[in-house]
Design a protein around this ligand. Structure first.
Ligand code: 4HQ
Length: 261
């Protein structure tokens, strides 16, 4: 899979490309990240990429022409490599990205990502060149670079061969619409806290059942709206009932908190 990122700050992407899961995927040619600075696609002596907003107000707006040239050059390069890319602009006005969307993004052969700065880009660029507008969350970043990195990280780790374990992406939180279960490693006891006995039992069916139960219980407690959307099988409903009965027995405050809402 191929990403072409349009950014005024290509150096920021070393956070993604120099170490970790994504860096390894790039080395293995599972994915490619190409960076393109729209300043290199300016035609004026000052190489200006931004200008003052019509109507006045604070901040600057990224100009149409350099961005359009950068997008077209990036799409042409991708096409020359046999990749038909779609174009996405990262902004708080976009569609909120979640794990199911990340999986759909990972199924396309290539994306041109526009990482904007200042107050954003000239609206006519979105109209003419952008296929999709994405938001990574309801907060304001100082640029689209981090948002583009968030999306690429989440997408690339899903690609076959990117993770060590073939099924570790399948086991992620959100992969099945639930939050993750708790994890433990050595030592077996830390002060008065013991690793749950079932995890030491070697009974793989019981362990899998416990993990699903924990995931259901924590999702109900922390993100009930996720469970609402997802629904539950009869077996899952029974596991959740048992979890909540146990939780209200050993930690009465946990069950009580939610009925107060
Ligand atoms: N920005 N999700 C403003 C974001 C953002 C977000 C990127 C800041 C675009 C112009 N991007 N620039 N939230 O806050 O994607």
């Amino acid at each position: 899979m191929r990403f072409d990122v349009i950014t005024l700050f290509p150096a920021q992407f070393t956070a993604l490309t120099e170490e970790g899961v994504v860096a390894r995927a790039l080395q293995r040619r599972i994915a490619e990240i190409h960076l393109r600075n729209p300043r290199d696609d300016t035609t004026d002596v000052h190489r200006s990429v931004d200008d003052r907003p019509y109507g006045g107000g604070p901040g600057m707006v990224m100009r149409y022409a350099p961005l359009r040239a950068a997008i077209e050059a990036a799409r042409a390069e991708a096409a020359a490599a046999g990749v038909r890319s779609r174009v996405a602009y990262l902004s708080p006005q976009g569609e909120r990205i979640h794990q199911a969307k990340i999986a759909r993004i990972s199924a396309a052969p290539g994306w041109v990502l526009i990482a904007g700065r200042y107050e954003g880009v000239d609206e006519r660029l979105i109209e003419d060149c952008v296929d999709e507008e994405w938001s990574i969350g309801d907060y304001v970043l100082s640029g689209g670079e981090l948002a583009a990195m968030v999306v690429m990280d989440a997408v690339i780790r899903l690609l076959p061969g990117a993770l060590g374990h073939a099924d570790s992406a399948r086991q992620d939180s959100h992969a099945n619409g639930l939050l993750d279960c708790p994890h433990y490693t050595r030592p077996e006891t830390i002060a008065d806290q013991r690793v749950p006995q079932v995890l030491l039992s070697g009974d793989h069916r019981a362990i899998e059942r416990w993990r699903l139960q924990q995931a259901l219980g924590r999702t109900w407690q922390r993100r009930p709206e996720l469970l609402q959307e997802r629904g539950m099988s009869d077996v899952e409903q029974q596991l959740l009932d048992d979890y909540l009965r146990e939780a209200s027995r050993s930690r009465p405050s946990v069950g009580a908190e939610q009925s107060e809402q």
